[in-house]
Write a protein that binds this ligand. Structure first.
Ligand code: XLS
Ligand code: NI
Ligand code: NI
Length: 437
């Protein structure tokens, strides 16, 4: 199909010497690396909301890109949008996409009609998936755009809104299952607060967990075997989002007994908004066995908001893939480009340049991460640095066999201790040399 992006053909791998801007230079989908093909490692997904829906509006101006897909009737638009989505995914060789319920079909003025519209578009998406082999990486419900969610959804001050959110999640879960989705995301939306003056934080947090528990129980009852994810974010739209960062979310999931069903969907831009590096959030998820999926984008460190830019930072991509490889690779998750072209990048080709940039950056990141791991010097340095924990006193402390009094006796007898160098500059140069060559 060549109806919506006629000026762009199929994007192919041409190698790093290619100067064709509409080609991959690093993403060679079927090339093998570290025991899997690049396609299998990276599991790239297109984000329906940024790519197919967002028109480039900002606080100061209207859209700069036309996303009507040649139709005026909202349902005709939704159908064309689905066709355009699959044309774009075919051209960029995507295997997966992610969507919110409201991205794929317009909301009507009552829930029955809204759900009927969703079913109609789901029929079309199911056909398009069957023809192309493309799949849903994860689905989710948009519980933040409609004014009814102005006080939150699961954390709303009224039970009625909670019920509406639950109904919407139920339908979004059914859609996700019907379309064979491997995951389901809870991103906080408006689950947070602007001021504690009007907020019952205890009740709101308990209710958020109740909604998640209801969602898990229902999804499992209709045959969903994939992963649930929480996507941490510290602020925006609310001043304080409850799912602040990975550490906060892991604590929350454990507190409410949700940690067997949920993992994390770590987004680069959200990590930096929380004052962490992307890798910090990924590491925390990994060491807790909860590295589920990734929203691949990047922010602008000079701006304090979620700019959702296409990722081009090679170091960040390398460290992301390093954490993914160390976690044993993705299972149900993948790399969803929660990213959009800049408002001024308003030509038809720009979305292709954006995705090519992101996909090539992560393909290169994968190669570099594999190189760092195969080189082995970084792992060896770490092993040596912590070697004293493997036997003798260290091993006994780890086994819980030593009292405070015994440690004091040891320290008194020892005199001063030797601590060694952290060698940060040496390590940074090692990595630079591995990356730059
Ligand atoms: C917003 C989030 C959102 C989620 C899906 O900041 O990143 O796009 O990924 O609801
Ligand atoms: Ni975001
Ligand atoms: Ni996201």
């Amino acid at each position: 199909m060549n109806a919506f992006y006629p000026s762009v053909g199929k994007i192919r791998f041409e190698g790093s010497q290619s100067d064709n801007p509409l080609a991959f230079r690093h993403y060679d989908p079927d090339a093998a690396i570290a025991g899997r093909t690049m396609r299998e490692h990276l599991r790239f997904a297109m984000s329906y909301w940024h790519t197919m829906v967002a028109e480039g509006t900002d606080m100061f101006g209207v859209g700069t890109v036309d996303k009507h897909y040649g139709a005026t009737d909202p349902m005709a638009q939704a159908r064309n949008k689905a066709l355009a989505a699959f044309e774009l995914m075919n051209k960029l060789d995507f295997d997966f996409y992610c969507f919110h319920d409201r991205d794929i079909a317009p909301e009507a003025d009552n829930l029955t009609e809204t759900n009927r519209r969703l079913d109609q578009i789901a029929d079309l998406l199911a056909d398009l998936q069957k023809d192309s082999g493309k799949q849903v990486l994860w689905g989710t419900a948009n519980l933040f755009s409609h004014p009814r969610y102005r006080h939150g959804a699961g954390t709303a001050c009224t039970a009625d809104v909670f019920a509406f959110a639950a109904a919407q999640i139920k339908k979004a879960l059914e859609l996700t299952v019907r379309l064979g989705g491997a995951g389901y995301v809870f991103w906080g939306g408006r689950e947070g607060y602007e001021t504690l003056l009007n907020t019952d934080m205890r009740l709101e947090l308990d209710n958020l967990a109740r909604l998640m528990r209801l969602a898990v129980d229902y999804a499992r009852s209709i045959g969903f075997t994939g992963d649930f994810y929480v996507e941490p974010k510290p602020k925006e739209p609310t001043k304080h989002q409850y799912d602040f960062d990975a550490a906060t979310v892991i604590g929350f999931l454990r507190q409410y007994g949700l940690d067997q069903d949920f993992k994390l969907n770590v987004e680069a831009n959200h990590a930096t908004l929380a004052g962490h590096s992307f890798q910090h959030e990924l590491r925390l998820a990994r060491i807790n066995g909860m590295l589920g999926s990734v929203d691949a984008n990047q922010g602008d460190l000079l701006l304090g908001w979620d700019t959702d830019q296409f990722p081009t930072n090679i170091y960040d991509a390398a460290w992301c893939m390093y954490e993914v490889l160390k976690a044993g690779g993705f299972t149900n998750g993948g790399l969803n480009f929660d990213a959009k072209a800049r408002r001024a990048s308003s030509s038809l080709e720009d979305i292709f340049y954006g995705y090519i940039a992101g996909m090539d950056t992560f393909a290169l990141g994968l190669k570099l991460a594999d190189r760092i791991i195969r080189d082995g010097r970084l792992d060896q340095f770490l092993a040596d640095r912590y070697a004293s924990w493997n036997d003798g006193l260290g091993a006994r402390i780890r086994a819980g066999q030593v009292s405070l009094a015994e440690l004091e006796r040891f320290a008194l007898a020892k005199g001063e201790v030797e601590t060694g160098s952290g060698r940060q500059e040496y390590l940074e140069t090692l990595i630079n040399n591995l990356i730059i060559g």
